[in-house]
Design a protein. Structure first.
Length: 213
């Protein structure tokens, strides 16, 4: 694929920019205690990416899922924000886009208020935040903001990027390995976001050369 000028780069949140597993684990454990329902928090945090409703459907009857979503989100600010850390290179990847004159946006399946709490707590400063979108649905936000690159850790992120006609840049910092991400169609696979800045610099250089013809 020949690069072309890019001004907007999208990033996934959980396990791309942040390691939210400890906080989410604590939140599920508290939810299990409150509801007296066995929830395997280890299993839940091993498959982050899909919407909350999907995960809760493993532990509660369908008719109780909306109630449990509401309860989980009540617990989330208390249990999930402080234990969460930024992944290596996350802040620098956002800055690399912004310093080149581009815009960095976060597009996540997590609901926007909770995603915003994470960004504020960790001092991550994207130009825009869109929540509540998963896999192919992420393409709506990517298209709306004119993103030509989307960075994520899940095969759903690869599908979202391609549905939007964007370059898929993947990092195996979540539960999906590098080979599986490649097999899912990721255009670029980095070890983690510490490799994003040099990749981005080279990408823009190639794009500029292609522009000059």
């Amino acid at each position: 694929m020949v690069p072309h000028p890019v001004t907007v780069v999208g990033f996934d949140l959980d396990m791309t920019l942040i390691d939210s597993r400890p906080g989410i684990h604590a939140c599920y454990r508290r939810l299990a205690e409150d509801t007296r329902t066995p929830i395997d928090a280890d299993a839940a945090v091993s498959r982050l990416g899909p919407p909350l409703e999907w995960e809760l459907s493993h532990w509660f009857p369908e008719d109780r899922v909306p109630e449990m979503v509401a309860r989980y989100r009540e617990l989330y600010p208390t249990y999930a924000i402080t234990p969460t850390t930024a992944l290596p290179g996350a802040a620098d990847a956002i800055r690399a886009v912004q310093e080149s004159g581009g815009r960095a946006i976060v597009v996540t399946a997590k609901n926007r208020p909770q995603a915003a709490l994470h960004l504020t707590h960790l001092g991550l400063e994207p130009d825009e935040l869109v929540g509540g979108l998963w896999a192919e649905a992420k393409a709506r936000a990517l298209r709306a903001h004119g993103a030509s690159v989307y960075v994520g850790d899940h095969t759903g992120d690869v599908r979202g990027a391609h549905t939007a006609g964007a370059l898929s840049v993947a990092v195996p910092t979540g539960s999906i390995g590098a080979q599986e991400l490649r097999e899912a169609g990721a255009d670029v696979v980095l070890t983690d976001l510490t490799e994003f800045r040099p990749w981005w610099k080279a990408y823009l250089s190639t794009a500029a050369t292609a522009e000059r013809g």
